[in-house]
Every structure is written in C-alpha cells, then in structure tokens.
Design a protein around this ligand. Sequence first.
Ligand code: FE2
Length: 598
Amino acid sequence: MTASEDRLLLGPLLRYVDETSAAVWVETDGPATVTVTRGAATASAPTFVVHDHHYALVELDALEPGTTEAYTVALDGDRAWPPTGSPFPDPVIATLEAGRPLHLAFGSCRTSVSHDEKGNRTHGVDALRAWALRVAGQVEPADASDADLDPDRLPDLVLFLGDQVYADETTDAMREFIESRRDIEQAPWTELKDYEEYAHLYKLAWSDPANRWLLSTVPSAMIFDDHDIRDDWNTSMDWRREMEATSWWHGRIVAGLASYWVYQHLGNLSPVEREKDEVYALVRAHRGDAEQDLGPFLDEFADRVDQHPQTYRWSYTRDFDTQARLVVVDSRAARKLDPDDRAMLDDDEAAWLDEQLRGDVDHLLIGTSLPFLLARGLHHLEAFSEALAQGAWGERGGRVGERLRQLVDLEHWGAFQSSFQEVARQVMEVAAGERGRAPSTVTFLSGDVHHSYVSEARPRRGGRALRSTVLQAVCSPIRNPLSRNMRFATAVLSYGVAGPMGRLASRSAHVPDAPLTWTYAEGPWFDNNLAFLRLAGPSLRMWWVTGEVLDDHDRPRLAKVESYALDEDGNPPPREGFASKVGRRVRRRAKDDSVRER
Ligand SMILES: [Fe+2]
C-alpha cells in the first residue's frame, strides 16, 4: 500500500449522483486536499475536521447524463484510490439518464463481524458482500442462467433502510476498541459512548475490501433506524425519560446524531439541498482550516435536533424524472411521544410528508425503515398495545401496555395509530388519483424486522376504488438473522388466526378501522438478503439475493431467495393458494443452517 493509500482511512463512498453531478465522500488521516478525477472532469475539496477526524465531500458537476466512466481519488495530488494492484474492477461513476429504467437495491440491518467461518456461523453470510463479490466477477452465481444474479448494469442507487451500524449490540472487534480506551465495567459498558467510538464503528462497517469497493462504485442513500442509536429509540415517553435519566444517554444521542450527519446524512443531499443545509454551510466556511474542529458545533446541533426535531429534517425526496419519486421518511427522530398526543411524525414532518405524497409519476416509492404494512397479527398487536398504554383498559392495563410495548418492540406504525391512519389515507388518495395522476404503484420499502416479504394492499370493503397497486416490500436483515425461536414467533404472528384475533383485540380497545387491508403476496422469509427493484413503464419487478457458502467462507456465491413481479400493465400476479405457497417454501432449500441461536 502506498503512503497516500494509507492516508485514505475510509471511502471513497459514492453518494448522491444524478444526471450531471456526483458527490464522493472520504475520511482521511489528516488535513488534505482531496481531488476526484473522472475523464475530463475533476473537482477538489479541502478536508474539514470533526472531533479530530478529517473528511471531505468532493462535488463533481457538469457531467454528461447516461455516461459511465472510471474515476480516481488523490490526496494532495497523490493517487489514493483505487489501490494499486486492486483485485476489483475500476470504480466508476455512472450518471443517471432520463427515461432509462430505474434500478435500485435496498436492505437494512447489517452487523459488522468477520467474514470467516466464525462470523458466518454467528451472523450468517453478509448479503451485501456476497453481492459485491458477484458484481466484481469474483465468484460464480448459484444459477448461471439467472439474469438477476448477473445483472447487465449496476443499480442506480443502493438504499440502506436503517441499522447500518449497531451502537448498542457491539461486536468483538468493537469491544476491543472500547476496552482499549475505557473501563467496560462503567456505563455505557460495551455500548458506544462518544464520537470517537462511532468513527470506529463506521470504519468496521465499511472497511472490508469487497464492500468498500462496492460502496465506491454504487451510489448510496441512507436513513437511520433504532440501532444506529439504540434499540427501541423513541418508542415512548417512558422509554425516553428512562434514557434521559442515565449518565450516558446524552453523550450517546449527541455522538450518534453528529456522526450520522457526517457519515450518512451529508451524502444523501442533492447539490440544491447542500446549498441550503445549515451544517454544510459551516463545513464550507471552515474546510481547509485544520485548526477549526467543528465537533463542538456538530454536538450542539445534534443536541438541539434531538430536543427540537422540528428544527431539522433528516427525511428527503429524490425525483427520477417522471418514472419515480422516492420519499425517504425519518420514522425515528421526529416522533411525538406525549401519551395523549403520540405521532410517528411531528406536525412539521407530517405536513412535509403530506406534500411529498403526490401522483404524476409512474411509481411512488416510500422508504421507511419501519414497515408501514407489518404482518397483520403484529400490526394489530401494536395498535392494541398503544390503546392499552393510553388507558383503554384502565390504569393497570396502561402499565401492561407500556411494558408490552417495550418488551417486544411494539413501536412500528401500528403503535402510532393516528399517524398510520393519516398516511394510509394520503396513500389511498394518491392511489385513487386524487393527488395528481395515479401512479402505477405506491410501494413502501422497509427493513428493521429481520424478516422479508411482499404484501399487497387493497381498500377496506366499501372504500374508494384504487388505480394504483399498493405494495409493501421488506428486506431485512442484510446480516443479522433472527434466532429460530423468534422466527417461529414471527411466523405465528404472520399467518392464520393472528390477523383476525389481533383485529378483534384492537377493536376491543376501540382502535379505529384502517382504510386499507393487506395480505402477504410473498414471504415471510428469514435469510440474510439484499433486495433489488427494477421499474419498466407501469411494471415493477423485485428480487432478493443471499450469499451461500459452498466451501470457502470468504467467497460465498450469490443465490436468489425470492422474486415478485407485476405484469406489464402493473397488475399484481394471480394469487397463489396458501398450500402451494407453503409447498414452495418447504421445497426451497433450508437456509442458513449455520445461523446462531440467540
Ligand atoms: Fe431497527
């Protein structure tokens, strides 16, 4: 490794890319001028400092739409990327092109353990890395005739839907780092304490050579979920009070949000949004000044947006001409937790989302880390627990409801009924053509729940007729599988009587009917996996892939888990009977035998 390659600590991460611009993010070991060169285009940016860490965002513009060209990164004029002798193809920047069918990858929940037998035994194969190896042409697919395992081009974007890093459940490598700097017998024990530890956590997550190469060549967009901060983040007022009473929570939330801005959020922003961003204005004013550490400003910002979430927006929207609009919703930081006035989104955020949910595009894609349409049994249980906690069955029931809510993670959209009802109504209006031309689909993309599925929604009996197909697609985990017991519990709550029973329970607690109902079209399945979505006019196709170890743990092959496609007019496939669906599941090879029991 050359000296300048050594100086590139993390990245390059290829982040926001559109028809004519691209943003490349790096972390370096000290002050530097970072230059990105792609063909005739070149751009430089000096580093900025946050808590002694050095970063740069290099912004290329005036690029030709629909072109793919290799690029290099140099630090102070010396080439640092790609590394000499890299076994991976040259990293490229591919600009978007109006009208070209949009191709996305998405997924969530990825722990960063080793890629050897031990890591695969406890956490299964990293689906992101298995895909990276396949894209790099380094491993064979499980089925050479399956074009989905050998795509003709890279996706336009990989969307990470939460739990990109685990700040609470730390790995051996992370614990080693923590122990090297403080006593793990003291709070917050083996959980993350400050920015320095977050910087190390991100390094562990994005340093493996295959993933690092992939993230340098496929643009990414991200949104946090609970584990990026802590399990159950903002479940309820009781949860928040409990956290705020500890000695360590303030440090965690400040470090978690400050590092989230630097490592994840900054790269989500378009050039126009960067222009308006208050923190980026600070970065621009002080980059190149190695003496000016922006850490204290970032901390103050993080503290403020935690206490007053309406003062900043983590959510964002991407328009892909008239093909698709991708709305990515923050379903964690902007919650209203007052027990008498609970909401997934505060008033500002809810008004913003209301504005984004419009038609006049072929596909409306809504990214929310938490599935909007959860397995019906779980959804009703969550609605029931919220009603209980709010006193539908008196004070004692209230305590039971709160305990239940925290014990079994009952904190999805169903546990925030007013928000669920509101967004469901808005989506139905879009799908009925009441908010502009009805899209062919309205598709929620989600993660978090450690199982994957596709659900199709329809209006409740007597509701308005829909012109759009309304779908929920979930891809979770990329690498963090459920134990077998939890899989069983999830399956029970997903099938059979759980839906109607849950409905009965929530009705008994006076939970109002939703304007829509939904059923599984595919799933659930529990593999580590990564999902893909490709649009073609009114049609949409999705598929999920996983990594399989044959003999070499370091080189898993890529295999398909499941797929789902609308017909060419955008209509759902004919419904398969329950028996044949179960039969197909059983016939499919049992996966992840090596998966840990928790
Ligand atoms: Fe989560």
